[in-house]
Design a protein around this ligand. Structure first.
Ligand code: ATP
Ligand code: MG
Length: 377
């Protein structure tokens, strides 16, 4: 099977999966494949680790899109007129871009910048990272400069957090408690609040500090247009992600829990009317030829003198150890194959590919090309 059709036909691919499964690597490999298929491709990462920049041969990545030199792409095979850009999301800047749009007044912008609720929202509040990424994805996709945009998602404990993030963030800002509180605060400053409300405010201020209360009041009270902007953007993103030209790529490992999570995510996608692009089962133990005879192992030892180091000069012993290791490895390959079969059955044969566990780290364009032989061949 191949996921090459995704790279040729879709406009947006979102790589999701739990921590460390290979999302960034997969996103970079897809991006390379997109450029090689002749498409103007952008890969966006949120991963502060420098992995994507490194693997694309760039010194570093920034919020501005950077073009990967054509020679880099040409080095691993023929090009056909595509291009490859990469960028790393700067979360704060992504929020500021939205704020700039909805709060044109410079003084109001300056006040917003100092507001600690906004500072929290644009940095550490749960879901703000994901929100920023999706908002940026939406903005870039609207500009129409790329045929294919690939989004690498942040390392989350639970990949599902990503889907829910925009709603959660907007929910936090829209929460009735916050709204009630802002109203109270404003009425209080206008001195029309009854004694009860003023009392509540005073008590609250003792717990959370009056500066905090002021910040909340100002944030919710003064920034109606901006908050509506944030809500609107969340709706835009949801609509964008439901488009038929978007594909979610569920990256997982062949371990049972990881497969389970990918299946669960797939169900959630269906519930949300979002389209599955395909599954990438990464780091699969490849199966070798069945029985490797002892004689063959001893031959192998002749070719790989470094293996002798394991057990001195006792070739028979080394061959026996190797034999055992080989069988263990084959057993792992069998376990993986069963898990992948389970995935295929549970999804009625949804597109999936297996990427083997390589005996080298993937840190350059050549490594990505190696992955592509399995991903999009
Ligand atoms: N098939 C593979 N064989 C060998 N190494 C791999 C393979 N796939 C990925 N790797 C390596 O595994 C490490 C983790 O991969 P990657 O950074 O792509 O995961 P991730 O899902 O983006 O992680 P995070 O959740 O932390 O963002 C990297 O060092 C990468 O080079
Ligand atoms: Mg990553």
């Amino acid at each position: 099977m191949s996921l090459g059709f995704l790279v040729r036909e879709r406009r947006i691919l979102v790589c999701v999966g739990s921590g460390g499964v290979g999302k960034t690597t997969t996103a970079a490999a897809f991006a390379l494949a997109g450029a090689r298929a002749g498409r103007r491709t952008l890969v966006m990462t949120i991963d502060p680790a420098k992995r994507l920049a490194n693997s694309l041969g760039l010194a570093h990545l920034e919020h501005e899109e950077q073009r990967v030199p054509d020679e880099k792409i040409a080095a691993v095979g023929a090009r056909s007129g595509g291009s490859l850009h990469a960028m790393m999301l700067d979360q704060k800047r992504a929020f500021d871009e939205i704020a700039d749009r909805y709060l044109p007044d410079p003084e109001a912008r300056a006040r917003l910048g100092r507001n600690r609720i906004y500072q929290q929202m644009s940095s550490t509040l749960a879901g703000s990272h994901e929100y920023a990424a999706m908002a940026k994805l939406w903005a870039v996709s609207r500009e129409g400069r790329y045929d294919l945009i690939i989004l690498d998602t942040p390392p989350t404990e639970n990949a599902l957090d990503f889907l829910d993030a925009p709603e959660r963030l907007v929910g936090a800002v829209d929460s009735p408690a916050l709204q009630w509180f802002a109203r109270l605060y404003f009425q209080h400053s206008l001195k029309v609040l009854g004694m009860g409300g003023a009392f509540v405010l005073k008590r609250l201020a003792r717990f959370v500090g009056s500066r905090f209360l002021e910040d909340v009041g100002q944030f919710v009270g003064e920034n109606g247009a901006l908050l509506e902007g944030f809500r609107e953007r969340a709706r835009d993103v949801q609509a964008l992600l439901r488009g038929s030209d978007v594909g979610f790529v569920l990256v997982c490992s062949p371990e049972p829990l990881s497969i389970e999570e990918a299946l669960y995510f797939n169900r959630r996608l269906a519930e949300q009317h979002m389209s599955l692009g395909g599954f990438v089962v990464n780091r699969v133990h490849p199966r070798g030829p069945d029985a490797v005879g002892r004689a063959e192992l001893i031959d192998l030892l002749g070719e790989r003198p470094e293996l002798r180091g394991f057990a001195g000069d006792d070739e028979v012993q080394v061959a026996a150890d190797l034999d055992r290791t080989y069988r263990d490895f084959q057993a792992l390959a069998d376990i993986d194959a069963r898990q992948i079969a389970r995935l295929a059955t549970a999804t009625s044969g949804a597109p999936h590919v297996e990427v083997p566990l390589f005996d080298r780290d993937i840190y350059d364009v050549e490594g990505l090309a190696l992955i592509n032989e399995h991903l999009v061949a």
